[in-house]
Design a protein around this ligand. Structure first.
Ligand SMILES: NC(=O)c1ccc[n+]([C@@H]2O[C@H](COP(=O)([O-])OP(=O)(O)OC[C@H]3O[C@@H](n4cnc5c(N)ncnc54)[C@H](OP(=O)(O)O)[C@@H]3O)[C@@H](O)[C@H]2O)c1
Length: 231
């Protein structure tokens, strides 16, 4: 049977890698991003493996953007929802502007909340919600206060929702990557050696593995570390 999979933030990085791993002849991939050029590149990489690809261009920092995404996805049920889009504002907490704070909450917390709320009701038993959290959902780091706030929030949200969705046999799979070599680090000031990071492909592979388990088995929480030690 044809499966419908929505991935947010699929235009680059971890989201793109997840799209590449989940592309299959029996899958319709609904791929979200804002950057049309980068999203088109993701589509190009997977098109030959995938039954159908739909591009969704919306800003998830705003409620309107999220609502437009939801209406474009439509009422046909999803089998997998991957909440991956995320931003990292990294600076001393006294320098964080209210706009940066609101953007972080919007993209990293409110968007996943609204997407899970709108789609879970239609998802058939055996479906899955994948949330890309971070080691920063469990551990605090100086200058990462807004980011840690958002990931700790998503952690509580998704764990509670996991319990609510058990009676519908919908799995909530939480992924906690350590530093991963993507463009998210381009704007972070400081020295962040890329060779100490894990690859986006490894995160994509892990998501694909968790999803490939039989529907009655939930791999609920996966932390991915660099075997030689994280940053
Ligand atoms: N890289 C790491 O070290 C790491 C570690 C742990 C967890 N994570 C998490 O993994 C997820 C993906 O991160 P990444 O490293 O792949 O980052 P990335 O390369 O910067 O990609 C971020 C993605 O999120 C989308 N996005 C950002 N702001 C958005 C907005 N306002 N509206 C809609 N989409 C937006 C981007 O879309 P456009 O570019 O098209 O706007 C892009 O597709 C995030 O949730 C991040 O917190 C990353």
């Amino acid at each position: 049977m044809m499966k419908r999979i929505l991935i947010t933030g699929a235009s680059r990085g971890i989201g793109r890698a997840i799209a590449q791993k989940l592309a299959a002849p029996d899958v319709t991939l609904l791929l979200h991003g804002r950057d049309t050029v980068a999203l088109a590149e993701t589509c190009k990489l997977i098109r030959s493996n995938c039954a159908n690809v739909v591009k969704l261009i919306h800003d998830l920092a705003t409620e309107k953007g999220v609502m437009d995404l939801i209406s474009q996805v439509g009422s046909e049920p999803l089998n997998v929802l991957v909440n991956n889009a995320g931003i990292a504002v990294v600076k001393p907490f006294r320098e964080i502007t209210l706009e940066e704070w609101n953007q972080t909450v919007g993209v990293n917390v409110t968007a996943p909340f609204l997407l899970m709320q709108s789609f879970a009701g239609q998802m058939p038993p055996g479906s899955s919600i994948v949330n890309i959290l971070s080691v920063a959902a469990k551990t605090a780091f100086p200058n990462w206060s807004a980011y840690c706030m958002s990931k700790f929030a998503l952690e509580g949200l998704s764990q509670s929702i996991r319990h609510e969705l058990r009676e519908h046999c919908i799995r909530v799979i939480n992924i906690y990557p350590a530093a991963t070599n993507t463009e998210i680090w381009d704007d972070v000031t400081g020295d962040w050696p890329r060779e100490k990071m894990i690859s986006a492909e490894q995160v994509g592979d892990t998501v694909a593995y968790a999803l490939s388990r039989p529907a009655d088995v939930a791999i609920e929480n996966i932390t991915l570390s660099n075997a030689a030690g994280n940053l």
